[in-house]
Design a protein around this ligand. Structure first.
Ligand code: EPZ
Length: 421
């Protein structure tokens, strides 16, 4: 019998929630172990099923993996039995598996990676990954659902302009270019904090990179990389999620280990709806201004530093109890409204018009049996359950375990009546 989450709504929260290391940085950092024969030690690694999946993938490629959950420390080191096949059975579970493609081509000149396939939120093609890696000298063929890559001699640096910003394509290309011969200039790259974290780790490994966090990155290829230890940046999406937990439950909570500088646009939007987020040197505090009702606002999801698409579903849960009508436009993914029908089951009043969701705030959400469909949709149902009248039951909660470390324990410690069994 699969586990479900049960939440008795209406409880006030109080207390402190620690923020973990970023899933999306961790999944981008782990493939760096393929780029060097030396050890890579990652600290502040969250215990998540996606991290387990990436560990399984790296093991299948010949990497020695040792994760100490209590210390949140992950030790990775390539053995001399390197394999080059990323099998569909692993890749189909997690799209981020494609991030081994660039490192395998850069270090070993060959790779066979299952095409990730789509997922709940969209088709999520990898054409930009392949375009950029081809520009560096890789040649690809697509056979039986696998992308087979080969490099004649060594990848060669060049100038690459991305038609639009892609986090994964930016990461894959950077990881390939650091071992290419000569200089690479990347234009219109993703500026996410996870890209900055990746470059910080690569520079500690001896890479020569400039411009990370801006739209143009310059990389001078090197011949080999060094052993290093790196601490994963905090998870800004987890931070944003728990900020909304405090806001939706009209509670004053504190968050530790966070950094509001990575969420400026999001925090500005929260202020506009009546929620004050304040950072001291020890914690981040969240509270409604004068305990007033949440106001409506309009949201447009954009690449960093815009409003993060990974906080869209969570913001929708908050706006579903706002005063007035809000419009959320999802500009990044073509199908990231799977949480809407579930929120409607809980009494939300939401209409979808193409990539826009029109949310007419209601006074109260009501508990209902609902199901999780993808990672961020599932956590938006938890947020709605915190404030819904009655006992909300959430099915298919394996989605949550992909990206939220100890979420039940963290919310229970603040007084939420939430259990899983
Ligand atoms: C990363 O996915 C994150 N995942 C996603 O987080 C996040 O939503 C996304 O970036 C946007 O911020 C990880 O970092 C592991 P993209 P990624 O390439 O790299 C299209 C979560 O909930 N595109 O920036 O796959 C794509 O379909 C997850 O933690 C192409 O068309 O996102 C999308 O519409 C969900 N061709 C848009 O670009 C390509 O070759 C942005 O995707 C690549 C992408």
């Amino acid at each position: 019998m699969k586990e479900k989450i049960f939440i008795e709504g209406g409880k006030k929260l109080s207390g402190t929630i620690p923020i973990s290391g970023a899933k999306n940085s961790c999944l981008t950092l782990m493939p760096l172990s393929l780029l060097s024969e030396h050890a890579l030690t990652l600290k502040n690694v969250p215990s998540l099923s996606d991290v387990d999946t990436m560990n399984s993938l790296l093991k299948s490629l010949g990497c020695l993996v040792n994760y100490t959950k209590s210390e949140k420390r992950l030790n990775l080191k390539m053995s001399d039995q390197t394999l080059f096949l990323a099998d569909y059975e692993i890749v189909k579970k997690m799209r981020a598996s494609i991030l081994v493609l660039g490192p395998l081509l850069a270090r070993f000149g060959q790779a066979i990676v299952a095409l990730p396939g789509g997922c709940a939120i969209g088709a999520r093609p990898i054409n930009l990954h392949l375009m950029a890696l081809e520009a560096l000298g890789a040649r690809f063929s697509i056979e039986n659902g696998y992308v087979k890559g080969k490099v004649g001699s060594r990848l060669k640096g060049c100038k690459i302009e991305f038609p639009f910003k892609s986090v994964g394509a930016t990461a894959n290309t950077i990881m390939a270019a650091v071992l290419a011969k000569g200089s690479t200039k990347l234009l219109n790259v993703a500026r996410e904090p996870e890209i900055i974290d990746l470059c910080k780790c690569l520079k500690a490994m001896g890479s020569k990179i400039e411009g990370e966090g801006e739209s143009t990155i310059i990389i001078e290829g090197v011949d080999s990389l060094l052993e290093t230890a790196h601490s994963v940046v905090m998870d800004r999406i987890e931070l944003g999620t728990f900020i909304i937990a405090g806001a939706i439950a009209d509670s004053d909570i504190k968050l530790t280990g966070g950094n509001t500088a990575l969420l400026e646009k999001f925090i500005d939007k929260l202020y506009r709806v009546g929620v004050e987020v304040h950072q001291t040197k020890d914690y981040i505090s969240v509270k409604r201004i004068n305990s007033s009702a949440i106001k409506s606002t309009n949201i447009l999801t954009e690449p960093f530093p815009g409003f993060p698409t990974d906080l869209q579903a969570q913001m929708m849960a908050l706006l579903s109890i706002a005063e007035g009508v809000s419009i959320i436009e999802e500009k990044i993914f073509e199908n990231r409204f799977m949480h809407v029908p579930e929120l409607i089951r809980m009494g939300a009043n939401i209409e979808i018009e193409g990539r826009k969701a029109i949310i007419s705030g209601v006074d109260k959400l009501k508990a209902a049996p609902v199901k999780a469909t993808d990672l961020r949709a599932s956590v938006s149902l938890v947020l709605a359950g915190l404030v819904a009248e009655g006992n909300t039951e959430i099915d298919k909660i394996h989605h949550i375990d992909r990206g939220y470390e100890d979420i039940i324990e963290k919310l229970t410690a603040c007084g939420a009546d939430i259990r899983r069994h």
